[in-house]
Design a protein around this ligand. Structure first.
Ligand SMILES: Nc1ncnc2c1ncn2[C@@H]1O[C@H](COP(=O)(O)OP(=O)(O)OP(=O)(O)O)[C@@H](O)[C@H]1O
Ligand SMILES: [Mg+2]
Length: 294
């Protein structure tokens, strides 16, 4: 259990940009996530949250700026090297192997982490560690009782939990969670939050999460960062007044409450359509990014 957030950043971006043609999808983002911290990124649809995750995990190549993990420059590293260095990301549901059991899905991830997924001839002892790690991960996410079930038989909410278990099996230091409650039924959201809290508090992971549900975000986050039109507008504790403003009907999603200055910015520039060099509005869904094993 983490008692203190270290002041040194474990993940840092400086002047990070991602440009396509004339459009600035990510615009000069400088962000520091401290070791042990739980940071949430909020912002309207199309703000660039998933694109930022794509840059961090290496799916997109930065047009400008720098990304550091534990002080090391990873800006040009491919996704698998970042994963090995401790940056984990949730996978799309489709990347679960549906015909395999829940335990086999987790065990394969643990074995891949050990770097021996292709070795067929192994001693029983060498198989034990990944198996134990897989079982521990399933315990953390609350799927231990389902370990023998085929992954395809899981409910949507349980599939998302299995993704989290697979993520844990890779032993990341920092986990990037892109809308972990997307598609999860309302009654299953508290359980999903319990799991994410356990990943942070009990497993000691630094968490960077994109989430729209403010009821979920405020209780979990040490700090919240707000994105709008590709830029980072602010980063502060959830108690900060400017991060706790009532929703506005015209905001793209009522679940996301814009802070005062974001609304000011919206009025000034026009939401997600506006200034020269900016891309047009509209997101392209939750987008959970990396294919398994990438
Ligand atoms: N590879 C790409 N090529 C062109 N446009 C892109 C690319 N990636 C993202 N975009 C655009 O950048 C903008 C930001 O998209 P992104 O998916 O990052 O937003 P988001 O904040 O995650 O939105 P949502 O809340 O809907 O998930 C969108 O207008 C999107 O269409
Ligand atoms: Mg998104």
């Amino acid at each position: 259990m983490i008692e203190m957030i270290e002041q040194t950043p474990i993940l840092r971006t400086a002047g990070l940009g991602f440009h396509i043609g004339g459009a600035r999808i990510i615009d000069d983002v400088s962000l520091e996530v401290r070791a042990g911290e739980f940071m949430t990124i909020i912002g309207p649809n199309g703000a660039g949250k998933t694109s930022l995750f794509n840059l961090l995990s290496g799916l997109y190549r930065a047009s400008s700026g720098r990304i550091e993990l534990a002080g090391r420059d990873i800006t040009r590293d491919p996704p698998f090297q970042r994963a090995r260095a401790g940056l984990g990301r949730t996978f799309q549901t489709s990347s679960i192997f549906p015909a395999l059991s829940v335990l086999e899905n987790a065990r394969l991830a643990a074995q891949a982490r050990a770097g021996d997924s292709l070795r067929i001839w192994r001693r029983a002892a060498a198989l034990r560690a990944p198996l134990e790690r897989a079982r521990h991960a399933l315990q953390v996410v609350g799927l231990a009782a389902r370990e023998a079930s085929a992954a395809r038989a899981l409910s949507h909410g349980d599939k998302r939990k299995l993704e989290l278990a697979i993520l844990l099996c890779a032993e990341p230091r920092v986990v990037l969670l892109d809308e972990p409650t997307a598609g999860v039924s309302v009654e299953d959201v508290p359980e999903m939050m319990r799991v994410i809290r356990a990943i942070h508090r009990e497993e000691g992971k630094t968490v960077l999460m994109v989430e729209h549900r403010m009821d979920v975000v405020v209780g979990l986050s040490d700090r919240m960062a707000v994105m709008h039109q590709g830029a980072l507008l602010a980063c502060d504790t959830p108690r900060a007044r400017h991060l706790r403003h009532p929703p506005r009907a015209s905001w793209p999603t009522r679940r996301c409450r814009p802070p005062t200055w974001a609304r000011r910015c919206e009025r000034g520039g026009g939401h997600a359509h506006g200034r020269d060099g900016r891309r047009g509005g509209g997101g392209h869904g939750g987008g959970h990014g990396l294919a398994r094993g990438a």
